[in-house]
Design a protein around this ligand. Structure first.
Ligand code: NDP
Length: 447
């Protein structure tokens, strides 16, 4: 989609100032494509260069992470924390450990996080961090040594009122635990609110593990309800088999859908009877094995090595693995196969061509920054509980999450309507998320 002249010039400047960071460029462009009408209605945002300022992280930290593997050999990774925007509250956003991590990935995720966090209605700014460390195949001791070394640098720039990291790809409860332990040791403080996604026995919140997946399903159910439809009886595909994918499966199944395929980076499993979630949880959460092993336990299931999950037919798709995993061609196949709704559990899983294909076809499309906001929202609830030295029940927390996701849908829907794109959740999410941050930045002056 073409940008107005002013926005195109801002975009070209972003490319020039951030060379080689393709994912960051993509994330910025997608937001700018929605903002033309906002600048017409609020010219003051253009005058005070809010967009130029929002595209420039407030602070970026890159650091060395040395550690020793089990053979005693020294390994060196690179750590990142990009503190993007603190207009609405302390920086907040996950840490990703994956070999593909470089500055451009962290910046795209941090940029998205600003608008996502704004949509939750909670007082949290946007950030992201991580490392090019690959946790796959590492022993528990290696993971612990890496996490301790990572935190030995990170602790200087985080804090419950400053910056509150959480998990993302490759960072779950185990890693958060090791990092929390090291932070506690370095600072001599039990500062529960410094990390979220903690274990329940030391300040974690009920539902945080489930939150992103559950929240994504709540969002999609809301979107379908507005069109007098729902997940009941629907055939569903969920890509990935990590935290987001597992709890998307759980909630979608609870609401009457049937998940027939999941994946990991080695391939796709298909089980027309419905993928057995207990087996997936055991394989992925406990034994840390590959998804192909599912077929050892379910003889009717099929594994397609290096398969493309979007070749399959479904009613509803939940891309929940990684960025740019669903192309324009995949989107066309899905639509042809009868797919009526897409909920992005992952961040930016659809390429720009795929997004435009879904929007043009009238597919009910929930972009990541709205549909997967339930994870960070529940992290916000974890911070509230930590601040109050309190712990809420599962039911109470889930009820809050559900109402937050309904509200995210509502405000995206209203913004889309107000700015001339009814039903377009991309436009709605970008505009609603942006306006709140822009107003706060305006109130703070040129900082
Ligand atoms: P996990 O590490 O728990 O799971 C990631 C899953 O995606 C795994 O099945 C993994 O397979 C697969 N995957 C990762 N990278 C690739 C790749 N390059 N190609 C193919 N498959 C891949 O991560 P999460 O479930 O936490 O995160 C998934 C997505 O959801 C990410 O985009 C993340 O940013 C987003 N997200 C997560 C939130 C959270 O609360 N955790 C919140 C909001 C968004 P394999 O094991 O083989 O690598």
């Amino acid at each position: 989609m073409a940008l107005t002249e002013g926005l195109e010039s801002i975009f070209q400047d972003v490319i020039k100032r951030n060379p080689g960071e393709a994912e960051f460029h993509q994330a910025v462009r997608e937001v700018l494509e929605s903002l033309g009408p906002v600048l017409v209605k609020y010219p003051e945002f253009a005058e005070s260069k809010i967009i130029e300022r929002i595209c420039e992280p407030e602070r970026q930290t890159i650091f060395r992470v040395p550690w020793q593997d089990d053979r005693g050999e020294v390994q060196i990774n690179r750590g990142f924390r990009v503190q993007f925007n603190s207009a609405l509250g302390p920086y907040k956003g996950g840490l990703r450990f994956h070999p593909s991590v470089y500055l451009g990935i962290i910046k795209f995720l941090g940029f998205e996080q600003i608008f996502k966090n704004s949509l939750t209605g909670l007082p949290i700014g946007g950030a992201k961090g991580g490392s090019d460390f690959d946790p796959k195949g590492k022993s528990d001791n290696e993971i612990m040594r890496f996490c301790q070394s990572f935190m030995t640098e990170l602790w200087r720039i985080i804090g419950e009122h400053t910056d509150v990291p959480a998990g993302d790809i490759g960072v779950g409860g185990r890693e958060i635990g090791y990092m929390f332990g090291q932070y506690k040791r370095l600072t001599n403080k039990f500062e529960a609110g410094v990390l979220t996604g903690k274990g329940l026995v030391y300040g974690g919140s009920q539902v945080r593990t489930e939150a992103t997946g559950y929240g994504c399903v709540y969002f999609v159910e809301e979107m379908m309800k507005a069109h007098k439809n729902g997940l009941k009886g629907k055939k569903i595909i969920v890509s990935g088999s990590g935290n987001v994918a597992i709890y998307t499966h759980e909630k979608a199944t609870e609401l009457g859908g049937k998940v027939i395929a999941m994946s990991d980076s080695n391939g796709v499993i298909i089980d027309e009877k419905g993928i057995n979630l207990d087996t997936i949880k055991t394989l992925k959460e406990v034994e840390r094995r590959r998804i192909k092993d599912y077929c050892e336990y379910h003889k009717g299931a099929k594994f397609v090595a290096n398969g493309n999950i979007w070749d399959l037919q479904c009613d509803v798709a939940f891309p929940s693995a990684t960025q740019n995993e669903l192309t324009g061609k995949d989107a066309k196949k899905l639509i042809k196969g009868g797919c009526i709704a897409v909920g992005e559990g992952a961040n930016m899983p659809s390429t720009p061509e795929a997004v435009h294909t879904f929007i043009e076809a009238g597919t009910l499309y929930g972009p990541g920054k709205a549909a997967n906001a339930g994870g960070v929202a529940t992290s916000g609830l974890e911070m509230q509980q930590n601040a109050a030295r309190d712990a809420w029940s599962f039911e109470a927390t889930d009820t809050r999450l559900h109402s937050i996701m309904k509200n995210v849908y509502q405000i995206c829907s209203e913004a889309a309507e107000e700015f001339g794109a009814p039903g377009n959740m991309v436009v709605g999410a970008n505009i609603a998320g942006f306006i709140k941050v822009a107003r706060a930045m305006t109130a703070h002056g040129i900082v």
